[in-house]
Design a protein around this ligand. Structure first.
Ligand SMILES: Cc1cc2nc3c(=O)[nH]c(=O)nc-3n(C[C@H](O)[C@H](O)[C@H](O)COP(=O)(O)O)c2cc1C
Ligand code: SF4
Length: 441
């Protein structure tokens, strides 16, 4: 029997005016907040810990555990530093497209989650750091925040509880690296967004050197449902170590691309059944389980359980659950070249392995794709990837190396078919014409 879908966050996306406060209140919106405000903050943290919610921003770190790291009470100097909650709404990983539809369709789910999370970690100021390009989302979010202020859900003495919270929607300037949590904090402080050395971790010295929780949009938006329905309900979905529901984003060569919310551990084969399969007349060739930064999978991996442990055991990462599907008409070298160009462009330049490595990876990938490569270039690609993977300052470097190394593992023959003047076997005319036109940078 196939795993049923589990629409929770996406359950009301198609309702008329789903984004308004009226619509949200009509489906018991902010009911979880009322419940949370009657609980002790530590009890809220314990509930999220017991639920086993894992961060949906990529690494799968347990959310309640992260909240529990925030030091409480005065420091050694007798002063209690302010605490901050920062929601990571930068969503820029290629293929990842879950937080933006969530904020567009039901922004109050996120606002309610923010208030509960801030209450739990005893923060009186929270930020949503939004990717700057998504202006319609910005409008919706700001309207939701304004509505929440106007109805006593934000500001001073929220719902008569004595808890105060200011929520600021901050707009980023469109850099992928600003999704990395410490680069995000630098950017929020008005600096150039570059990752910080850790330790200290943000829980100890984050925004303005104060204890800070940084969480993904989907992580925070999942909290109201957990508070409202309880940990047993949440744990009735998914697996022991990866409990609950999550948003899987299917894109590419699939009949019905979109968001499919399901228990963790569903397989791509099952999701493809819901999504109408690979586009008519074609078959799957390769796919990403968690965005372009995660090692590729092939048709051998259709039955891998899409939870943190299952994907890791099969040699990749669940990441952002961005399932990009490519059929047999796609040149894997060309697809990987596109991603490599993205990483080189977005490399912040702070560390040498990534700054230099991504540049050289692009040069090598272009040579191969354009038929100018030789056999030794494939070894060089692996060698340069190896000097980037695990040796860079932040995970962007790993993300740049992963598609190259995994595609060479599964499709080495296809790389080889490009070499020694052969050009791209999928479209040799295009490759030649581009080279002649000087369009190959
Ligand atoms: C280059 C890079 C980009 C990232 N972009 C995002 C992003 O857009 N959104 C996000 O939530 N996490 C992103 N992350 C992960 C964050 O650093 C961090 O782990 C996450 O926000 C923590 O939230 P969570 O515990 O709720 O998953 C990125 C990491 C890296 C290395
Ligand atoms: S790995 Fe890349 S993005 Fe990360 S710090 Fe180094 S240069 Fe910057």
């Amino acid at each position: 029997m196939s795993t049923p879908l589990a629409p929770v966050l996406s359950a009301h996306w198609d309702d008329p005016n789903a984004w308004t406060l009226e619509s949200y209140l009509s489906r018991d919106g902010y009911g979880a907040l009322r419940k949370a405000l009657r609980m002790d903050p530590d009890e809220v943290i314990q509930t999220v810990k017991d639920a086993g919610l894992r961060g949906r921003g990529g690494a799968g770190f347990p959310t309640g555990l992260k909240w529990g790291f925030i030091p409480q009470g005065p420091g050694p100097d007798g002063v209690t530093a302010p605490h901050y909650l920062v929601v990571n709404a930068d969503e820029s990983e290629p293929g990842t497209c879950k937080d933006i539809p969530l904020m567009l369709a039901t922004p109050h789910t996120l606002v309610e989650g923010v208030i509960i999370a801030a209450y739990a970690i005893r923060a009186n100021t929270a930020f949503i750091y939004l990717r700057g390009e998504v202006v319609p989302v910005l409008r919706r979010l700001r309207a939701a925040v304004d509505q929440a202020y106007a109805t006593g859900l934000l500001g001073r003495d929220i719902l008569g509880s004595g808890f105060d919270l200011e929520l600021i929607v901050h707009v980023g300037a469109g850099a992928y690296i600003c999704g990395e949590e410490t680069a995000l904090l630098d950017s929020l402080e008005g600096r150039r967004g570059q990752p910080r050395l850790r330790p200290p971790f943000p829980a100890v010295a984050g925004l303005y050197a104060c204890p800070t929780v940084v969480n993904n949009v989907e992580s925070i938006a999942s909290v109201p449902a957990i508070i409202a329905n309880g940990t047993d309900w949440f744990r009735s979905m998914g697996s022991e170590k990866s409990p609950g529901f999550t948003l899987y984003s299917l894109s590419g060569h699939v009949a019905r691309p979109g968001q499919y919310e399901a228990p963790l551990g569903i397989t791509l084969r099952e999701l493809l059944d819901y999504a109408g399969g690979v586009r008519a007349g074609h078959r799957i060739k390769f796919w990403t389980p968690g965005g372009s930064s995660t090692p590729l999978f092939t048709d051998e991996h259709l039955d891998v359980p899409l939870d943190y442990e299952g994907v890791a055991a099969a040699g990749s990462m669940l990441g952002t659950k961005a399932l990009q599907i490519f059929d047999e008409t796609t040149c894997v070298v060309r697809a990987v070249l596109r991603w490599t160009e993205f990483y080189a462009h977005e490399s912040c330049g702070k560390c040498t392995p990534c700054r230099e490595g991504t540049y050289w990876l692009v040069q090598l990938m272009r040579r191969v794709e354009n038929g100018e490569g030789v056999a030794a270039d494939l070894e060089k690609l692996l060698d340069v990837s190896d000097s980037v993977l695990g040796k860079s300052f932040c995970a962007l470097g790993d993300g740049a190396a992963s598609p190259i190394m995994s595609s060479l593992k599964y499709f080495r023959e296809e790389y080889a078919a490009h070499l020694d003047g052969a050009g791209c076997p999928f479209d040799p005319a295009r490759a030649t014409a581009w080279a002649e036109a000087g369009e190959v940078r």
